[in-house]
Write a protein that binds this ligand. Structure first.
Ligand SMILES: Cc1ncc(COP(=O)(O)O)c(C=O)c1O
Length: 437
C-alpha cells in the first residue's frame, strides 16, 4: 500500500502554534459531500481490504456497536470474555471461596502469571514482567532502581535523561526520583538520546511511541547507544504494547513499564506492568519494597529480604478484580501474532491518511504523525483549527477519537477490532464536519 502524501510536519513537532486554517474554500452549500470517483474507489478498496483481513473475525471478540471507535489508544474496547469471567470471580471465587481463592483460584500468583502473558506480547521471556500498580508507580520503581544500579557502576552517574515530549507523568516522577537519588533531570528529544547520553548518565527514560504525535522512537538503536555509554534505559511502552513488536529481550532493554488499558484492552484503570530484565533482577533494589515483594511474605519478618525474580517488582496486595479482568481480556491474543497486528496497523494508518487526503478539503488538517512506517505507531494525529469543537462534532456523529490541546485530533487504530470501511467512513465524516464548518 502506498504511503500518503498528506502534509506531514517535521519530527516531534510540538502542536503549540496555530495552523493556517482554510487554504481552499469549502463547498458553497453546507452538507455532506458526494464521494468523488476517487472517494468511491476508496470505499471499494476498503471493502476488499476488510474481506482479505486475517484479523477480521477478531472484532466479534469485542463488545462494539455502530460507533466508529478510534480511541483504543486511550481506552480499549471491552472484550466479550471479560463480563462472564468477572461475574465468576465475584460470585464464586470471592462470593463462595472467599479467602481460599488466594491459593485455590490462583489470586496470589496472578501478577506474575499475567505478567508472562503480557511479556509474550512484548518479546519478554517468562519471569521478567509483573503486573500491578499504575504506570506512574512503575515508572518510579523502574527509574529509582535503574539509577541505583547505574550508581553501583559509578557514583558520578548523576543525570537522568528524559524524553522531552514525554507523557507528563513520566517527567514528574523522574524529577522526584532525581531528587531522591542525588541526580538532575536533563530533558532531551527522544531522537537525541543516543548523542546526549554520556559518562554522567545514569538512566534514560524514553517513550517508545509519543502519545501525542504517534511517532515511534528507535528502541534498538537508542538502547544500544545508552548501553555503550554505560547507562541503563527505561522504556515506556504504553503506546506500543499490543500495537507493534517491542522486542524487549531481543534488544537488551533494561527495564520497561506500560499500561494495559489501551491496546491490551484491560479496562479502565487496569493494572500496569513492570519489566525487569533477568540480568538486572538480582540488583533490582525497589524503592517501594512492600511485603508482596518479600522472599517470605507470610513470615511477617521485620527485616526486608527481597524475593527473587520479577516478584521483586511487586508492592502490596494486587487489585484482583482488575487484574483478572485483564487476564480474561488477554485471551483474544492467544491465536494472534503481534507481527500480524503490526501489518494491519500500518495498513490502517496508511489507508486513513490516504482517505483524509482524498476526502478532506486541502489545508484543513496537517498530519504530525510520521509518514515513514519505521517511525509510526498505531495512531494518526492531525493538527486542525478548532480541534476541540471538531472532535466533539465527530463524536456526536459516531466517530470517536480524542482531542489533545491545543489543536490535535488523535485517532487510534486497534487492529483487533478496527476495519478499513470504518476508517474510510471516519475520514468522510471528518471531511463533512470540516466542510460544514
Ligand atoms: C505514555 C504514557 N505513560 C504513562 C501514562 C500514565 O499511566 P497511569 O495513569 O497508568 O499511571 C500514560 C497514560 O495514558 C501514557 O500514555
Amino acid at each position: 500500500m502506498s504511503e500518503t502524501t498528506i502534509p506531514t510536519e517535521s519530527a516531534g513537532a510540538e502542536p503549540t502554534e496555530p495552523e493556517p486554517t482554510v487554504t481552499r474554500p469549502g463547498p458553497a452549500e453546507p452538507g455532506p459531500a458526494e464521494p468523488s470517483p476517487a472517494g468511491a474507489a476508496l470505499a471499494d478498496e476498503a471493502a476488499a481490504l476488510d474481506a482479505a483481513d486475517p484479523l477480521r473475525a477478531k472484532r466479534d471478540a469485542f463488545t462494539l456497536d455502530d460507533t466508529i471507535y478510534l480511541d483504543g489508544n486511550s481506552l480499549g474496547a471491552l472484550p466479550r470474555a471479560v463480563p462472564p469471567r468477572l461475574a465468576d470471580v465475584v460470585a464464586r471465587e470471592w462470593g463462595r471461596l472467599r479467602i481460599r481463592s488466594w491459593d485455590e483460584s490462583g489470586w496470589w500468583t496472578a501478577p506474575e502469571r499475567i505478567g508472562d502473558r503480557v511479556g509474550r506480547l512484548l518479546g519478554a521471556a517468562p519471569g521478567q514482567v509483573v503486573v500491578g500498580d499504575s504506570t506512574s508507580v512503575n515508572v518510579f520503581k523502574a527509574v529509582v532502581a535503574a539509577v541505583r544500579i547505574a550508581q553501583e557502576r559509578g557514583a558520578h552517574r548523576d543525570q537522568i535523561l528524559v524524553d522531552e515530549s514525554t507523557f507528563p507523568t513520566d517527567g514528574y516522577i523522574a524529577e522526584s526520583a532525581a531528587r531522591m537519588t542525588g541526580c538532575t533531570v536533563r530533558p532531551v528529544a527522544a531522537g537525541d538520546v543516543p548523542t546526549a547520553v554520556g559518562s554522567r548518565t545514569a538512566v534514560a527514560l524514553v517513550n517508545h511511541v509519543d502519545y501525542r504525535t504517534g511517532r515511534l522512537h528507535d528502541l534498538p538503536g537508542t538502547t544500544a547507544a545508552v548501553h555503550a555509554a554505560g547507562a541503563l534505559v527505561v522504556w515506556d511502552v504504553c503506546h506500543s504494547a499490543g500495537a507493534l513488536p517491542v522486542g524487549l529481550d531481543a534488544h537488551g532493554v533494561d527495564l520497561a513499564v506500560g499500561c494495559t488499558y489501551k491496546y491490551l484492552n484491560g479496562g479502565p484503570g487496569a493494572p500496569a506492568y513492570l519489566y525487569v530484565a533477568r540480568a538486572h533482577q538480582p540488583r533490582f533494589d525497589s524503592p517501594l519494597p512492600g511485603w508482596n515483594s518479600h522472599a517470605d511474605p507470610f513470615g511477617m519478618a521485620s527485616a526486608y529480604t527481597p524475593a527473587d525474580g520479577a516478584v521483586r517488582g511487586r508492592v502490596g496486595t494486587p487489585d484482583i478484580l482488575s487484574m483478572l479482568a485483564l487476564e480474561a481480556a488477554l485471551e483474544v491474543w492467544d491465536d494472534v501474532t503481534i507481527e500480524d497486528v503490526r501489518a494491519k496497523s500500518l495498513a490502517l494508518t496508511d489507508f486513513f491518511l490516504r482517505c483524509v487526503e482524498d476526502h478532506v478539503p486541502a489545508g484543513r488538517v496537517r498530519s504530525i504523525t510520521p509518514a515513514a512506517h519505521a517511525e509510526r505507531g498505531s495512531q494518526v494525529a492531525l493538527r486542525c483549527a478548532e480541534a476541540g469543537e471538531v472532535m466533539a462534532e465527530l463524536v456526536r456523529r459516531g466517530v470517536v477519537g480524542d482531542f489533545r490541546r491545543p489543536d490535535v485530533l488523535r485517532f487510534g487504530f486497534t487492529p483487533l477490532y478496527t476495519g478499513f470501511a470504518e476508517v474510510e467512513r471516519a475520514a468522510r465524516v471528518l471531511a463533512d464536519v470540516l466542510e460544514e464548518g
